[in-house]
Write a protein that binds this ligand. Structure first.
Ligand code: UDX
Length: 434
């Protein structure tokens, strides 16, 4: 069985490498030549722990290859995983034009039975459109199936998530499609849930939106804590002991970012509204999340009074640790606000600096990219923690204090214990704690 992966972005590249690691013969294709060129040479265009090594290993073994020729990849594959982007449109809905384009290409190159598997996060009912498009454009009577196999991997731990999934969701209509997918995921047969296609599509959006809700909920509680004597870390811990709630995804902070949660919660809202359903629950979660930035900037103002001409060190630019991804990262909005206020910023991140330079070029007079946390902290009037990289947890705060102009920390991710930091002589502000 030959597998073709269409789109080698985050999900596609990990899927290509992961499926080849499971022993399948895989070809990845993309319209961006550079991605194909890099992947063919064993280089990943994203930072993802462990992905480089696994890519190199499978290229060498010969069961993984990359090609910029989409038509050829379709012609030579039995199963096609569609991993193209579904970006957000202005009204919040997902832009499905790449998926439509791929469906037409599949129709034009339908030389034998093929199973087309949606892996990109797509609105419920997408499979029906893919099926209709392929049927409309295909030139022969050759049969095909469409199925849904949503991806749940997290950035920063994508490789281990792929190789140790907590569930494999397979939405399929025909026995043939179900059998092919079961064979591909044979190794995880104890974790497979087979559903109809609408259900599989909805499981993905419903999962991400639920997790986003959980984060917004604890962030709302963090505001309650700040107005009372309660401590959000303890509230989360106390709630988490209840197995019905669970301890994960209850970290208060600057809110969720990344390429999935913000986009998916809006897409699901739009789908629901189009179906005539009141989706205010999700809208509220989105609003609470967006509000995290202004709440945080207010904290900085409370600490510094006037932000104009203040030197501020910004540590952590990626939307979460262990990735260089800055899509929908809270750091971008915080930096925009501080630039508007006239502050001077020194930015540092272990992996995301190059990506950030594309948003805020080095020439920007109010910005400086530092080589380390200590360099960023030099002469600063305040130090911000935006992402909870391990590297920051291990900082020598005594050394940090020595180089700063004023020892003020505004911690957006509750990295430190307030007592410890204050004992070192810092003025310390965090989220939902005194
Ligand atoms: C998410 C889903 O977890 C994954 O299943 C899906 O396939 C893609 O979207 P990802 O975006 O990589 O993965 O990161 P995740 O670890 O889920 O974090 C998302 C955002 O929520 C990050 O900005 C993170 O900082 C934030 N977060 C997470 C919190 O603010 N608090 C938490 O308790 C957990």
């Amino acid at each position: 069985m030959k597998i073709g992966i269409i789109g080698t972005g985050y999900v596609g590249l990990v899927t290509a490498v992961g499926l080849s690691e499971l022993g399948h013969e895989v070809t990845g294709t993309d319209i961006v030549e550079e991605k194909i060129d890099m992947a063919s040479r064993g280089i990943t265009h994203i930072y993802e722990p462990g992905l480089d090594q696994m890519l190199k290993k499978n290229l060498k073994q010969g069961n993984l290859s990359f090609s910029s020729n989409l038509n050829k990849t379709i012609l030579s594959s039995d199963v096609l995983f569609v991993c193209v982007g579904t970006p957000q449109r202005e009204d919040g809905s997902a832009d499905m034009s790449f998926v439509e384009e791929v469906s037409r290409k599949v129709a034009e190159n339908l030389n034998a039975y093929k199973l087309v598997v949606e892996k990109s996060t797509v609105p419920v009912k997408t499979s029906m459109w893919i099926k209709r498009t392929i049927s409309l454009y295909k030139k022969s009577e050759i049969d095909f199936d469409v199925a849904s196999n949503p991806e749940f991997l997290r950035e920063g731990s994508a490789v281990s998530d792929f190789l140790n999934p907590d569930r494999i969701i397979l939405g399929a209509e025909t026995d043939k499609a179900k059998d092919i997918l079961k064979k591909i995921y044979e190794k995880f047969k104890d974790r497979i849930l087979i559903t109809n296609i609408d259900t599989a599509e909805l499981i993905k959006h419903a999962s991400n939106s639920f997790l986003a809700l959980k984060i917004s909920y604890i962030n709302l509680m963090s505001e309650m804590c700040e107005k009372t004597e309660a401590d959000v870390e303890q509230v989360a811990k106390g709630m988490g002991f209840d197995p019905r709630i669970g301890p994960l995804f209850l970290r208060a902070g600057l809110g969720y970012g990344g390429s999935c949660f913000p986009k998916d919660i809006r897409a699901l809202t739009k789908i629901g509204e189009d179906l005539g359903i009141n989706m205010n629950l999700l809208k509220e979660a989105d609003r609470i999340n967006l509000e995290r930035i202004s709440v945080y900037v207010e904290k900085i103002k409370k600490a510094l009074w006037i932000l104009k001409d203040k030197k501020i060190a910004v540590l952590g630019l990626s939307f979460k640790p262990e990735t260089d991804d800055i899509r929908e990262a809270p750091s971008v909005k915080v930096i925009q606000e501080l630039i508007k206020e006239g502050s001077f910023l020194r930015l540092y991140d272990p992996k995301a600096m190059e990506n950030m330079k594309e948003v805020f070029p080095e020439e920007q007079p109010q910005l400086l990219y530092a080589k380390s946390s200590y360099e960023a902290a030099k002469d600063a009037n305040a130090l911000l923690f935006i992402t909870e990289w391990d590297e920051f947890k291990k900082l020598d705060l005594r050394k940090v204090k020595e180089v700063m102009a004023n020892p003020i920390i505004i911690d957006g991710r509750n990295i430190f214990e307030p007592v410890t930091v204050r004992e070192l002589g810092f003025e310390y502000y965090s989220i939902g704690r005194k």
